[in-house]
Write a protein that binds this ligand. Structure first.
Ligand SMILES: [Zn+2]
Length: 211
């Protein structure tokens, strides 16, 4: 059989590390194509099951991520205790009800209590929870809970804005409906001024969500 170039930039190791049973996804995709009344052997569809399986190993690789390895070497002990904000973290997720994309941005803040996390790790934590079958409310809470457990900070706040393709392509067909969810822990829940400082920061210069 000739080798096929999937041109997706994925190495075999990445596909394997996703933890996804790509062979089973391939078979299921071929069955789905046939169930839709298509010919799974025609040229354009022949390699589609393989492509789809590899695609899911990328889009849903959050299942295979090891949280300990993710934060490895990036926890620092400091006396800094002012608010840390990482805003406009772009993410791509998949809704678990329709398996259609959720595209959006997450804003994360915490107030350190002796420990801070390397800056690049916050977007990776967002990705770890986004790249699964999700509902936005749960994803928001999972990001907040994870940072809470990891850093035991004075407070954590997460705001997620999402555009759900299942709301625009199907069902109510609302092109511009955005969903905003939030999770507030500790000082962000108890202290109105702290919460407001975060909300003011993320709304300052906010760009409309681009899709
Ligand atoms: Zn949906």
């Amino acid at each position: 059989m000739e080798a096929f170039d999937f041109d997706d930039g994925l190495s075999d190791e990445q596909v394997l590390a996703s933890g996804i049973d790509t062979l089973a996804v391939e078979e299921a995709t071929e069955a789905l194509i046939r169930a839709l009344g298509e010919d799974s052997n025609r040229e354009g569809l022949r390699n589609t099951p393989k492509r789809v399986a590899r695609m899911y190993s990328e889009l849903l690789n959050g299942y295979g991520m090891d949280p300990d390895r993710l934060v490895n070497d990036a926890l620092f002990h400091v006396s800094y205790d002012e608010m840390v904000i990482v805003r406009d973290i772009e993410f791509y997720s998949m809704c678990e009800h329709h398996m259609l994309p959720i595209i959006g941005r997450a804003h994360v803040a915490y107030i350190p209590n002796g420990k801070v996390l390397g800056l690049s790790k916050i977007p990776r934590i967002v990705d770890m929870f986004a790249r699964r079958l999700q509902v936005q409310e749960r994803m928001t809470r999972e990001i907040a809970d994870f940072i809470s457990d990891l850093l035991e900070p004075h407070g954590v706040a997460v705001v997620v804005e999402g555009f759900h393709l299942c709301m625009s392509m199907r069902g109510i067909k609302k092109q511009d409906a955005r969903m905003t969810t939030s999770a507030m822990h500790g000082a962000f829940r108890k202290n109105v001024a702290t919460r407001q400082e975060f909300l003011d920061n993320i709304s300052r210069g906010a760009r409309p969500l681009q899709i």
